[in-house]
Write a protein that binds this ligand. Structure first.
Ligand SMILES: [Zn+2]
Length: 255
């Protein structure tokens, strides 16, 4: 399984793109502005989109993506998986025939080119050889993290979250956790804001990493633009013994 990082920033500017991870060539986890750099042929290969939550930096590219993929000759619709609350938000506020067409009813309600599929915490969606498992996390809106299992090996992504009691037991239960992509949005000086907004800081994240029984590659994501070096220094100081790296646009992970 190949994971291509199309975007991993908490904002735009100076070459930053917001969150989008391409799994092999057909599945996206989140659809932030990072998808805008894909070649047309690569966009057309995407058939499944898993959303972690409804915030704009994770869904900004979705309307344009569906518009591009839209093809009345396609046999199978593009499927968007997310929590019920996330799908409702996307339906009501994006694909509402005002901001963007309701592609779940085009070209017809009977045979639409986009369909929604509720994915609740604890659900597994199997696509070919990969099992996508949804994990409850703790953000300012209902959110999910995902583990993706392929031939026994596991890739995990936290989505947006602050400290929580749900993600770590799931990660610990994975027998072969190879790679963990986890968010850390704000530096320690902004812990009050991170708490209100539902994000990790270096201190809260490295505290929680002590609960992890495995030793996977850990990749940091979702940093606010301009804060990367300060966050990185604080993480390194707090957990120098961990196998931690900073994710960047274009990184390719193999699991
Ligand atoms: Zn968010």
């Amino acid at each position: 399984m190949r994971i291509r990082v199309l975007g991993c920033s908490g904002g735009i500017g100076a070459g930053s793109r917001t969150t989008a991870l391409l799994i092999d060539d057909d599945v996206l986890i989140d659809a932030g502005t990072g998808i805008g750099d894909l070649e047309l042929v690569d966009i057309d290969s995407i058939r499944h989109v898993f959303l972690t939550h409804s915030h704009l930096d994770h869904i900004a590219g979705l309307p344009m993506l569906v518009d591009r993929i839209f093809d009345e000759h396609q046999e199978e619709p593009v499927t968007v998986y997310a929590r019920e609350e996330t799908l409702r938000a996307v339906q009501e506020h994006l694909f509402n025939d005002v901001i963007w067409p309701d592609f779940s009813r085009l070209p017809s309600a009977e045979k639409p080119m986009m369909r929604y599929c509720v994915c609740s915490p604890g659900d597994t969606v199997s696509i070919d050889h990969r099992d996508f498992y949804a994990v409850d996390v703790k953000h300012s809106v209902p959110s999910l993290g995902y583990t993706v299992k392929n031939s026994g090996r596991v890739f995990a992504v936290s989505g947006d979250t602050k400290t929580n009691e749900t993600l770590w037991p799931v990660l610990n239960a994975c027998e072969d956790l190879k790679v963990l992509v986890i968010e850390v949005s704000f530096p320690d000086e902004m812990e009050w804001l991170a708490d209100v907004a539902g994000h990790y800081t270096p201190r809260t994240l490295t505290d929680d990493l002590k609960r992890l029984r495995h030793d996977p590659e850990i990749w940091l994501t979702g940093m606010k633009p301009g804060e990367e070096s300060r966050i990185w220094e604080q993480v390194m100081k707090a957990a120098p013994e961990k196998n931690i790296q900073m994710l960047s646009r274009g990184t390719v992970l193999t699991v």
